[in-house]
Write a protein that binds this ligand. Structure first.
Ligand SMILES: [Zn+2]
Length: 258
């Protein structure tokens, strides 16, 4: 499932594939991914415009055009790929943006849980993002402590709730909590100041390495590298990892060091 590092990777794909280029043609192969906009209105709005510097907020990608903004969300299975227009169109290629004779940006998504929105202006961008908390990469330590201390539920729930903090998903939250040695079920509002600080520090570090990797990599020294093992052991202390459901998601942690 795309989390902040994956979407940051899609932002880079958009930048390198299409930034500065004119959108020559938009092909919508599946209108099921369009939200609040028809194929015709989408084409009228963006064809002939140029992609400018893309932005990201949490798991949202903002494809700027100097006028309307395309807002992309990748749900569980979405991605953005840079292709040649002659490349075979795959079954899950839903919207194609031709930006050069040899370049085509494709929104590819199997499950179509989210998709594309068109924001005509900044107030519409703000409206689409109004339920998003601060971006996990951009949030300050103070703001982070404030949003966590205001939550009643578990720290895992707080970290993965996009309206509290935008960008973290299931893998990242488990990885960060494991590094910070905090139980996913601890109450967010009960965290001591030192715990909160450690959590913030590990969130920053984990985001830095995952953004560089473009995903949450299943490295051997990481919790993520072991969570799907048949009999998973903690890569730090060797104790058996525990699995349960927290915040409605499969959660993995080490009962020994967390
Ligand atoms: Zn452990």
């Amino acid at each position: 499932m795309p989390e902040l590092p994956d979407v940051e990777g899609f932002r880079k794909v958009l930048g390198s594939c299409a930034k500065g280029r004119i959108i020559q043609r938009v092909d919508v192969r599946d209108t099921g991914v369009l939200h609040g906009v028809s194929t015709r209105r989408l084409r009228d709005a963006v064809e002939g415009r140029r992609f400018t510097e893309p932005e990201r907020h949490g798991k949202w990608l903002l494809a700027r055009t100097g006028g309307p903004t395309l807002m992309l969300h990748f749900g569980m299975t979405g991605e953005l790929v840079c292709c040649h227009p002659d490349d075979m169109v795959e079954a899950h290629d839903r919207v194609l943006f031709t930006v050069a004779r040899d370049r085509q940006l494709r929104y590819r998504d199997q499950r179509k849980l989210q998709g594309l929105w068109l924001a005509d202006d900044e107030s519409e961008v703000a409206r689409l993002l109004e339920r998003q908390g601060p971006d996990a990469m951009a949030v300050s330590r103070k703001e982070f402590e404030d949003v966590l201390s205001a939550r009643r539920g578990s720290v895992k729930t707080a970290l993965t709730d996009q309206s509290v903090l935008a960008g973290l998903g299931n893998l990242l939250a488990d990885e960060i909590l494991w590094r910070a040695r905090l139980r996913p079920t601890s109450r967010a509002s009960d965290l001591a100041e030192a715990d909160c600080r450690r959590l913030y520090t590990h969130m920053r570090r984990t985001l830095r390495s995952t953004v560089a990797a473009g995903c949450v990599p299943p490295r051997d020294s990481w919790l993520t590298g072991h969570r799907d093992d048949p009999d998973p052991a903690c890569p730090r202390c060797g104790h058996s990892l525990r699995r349960s459901r927290v915040a409605g998601r499969g959660t993995v942690w080490c009962p020994q060091c967390q």
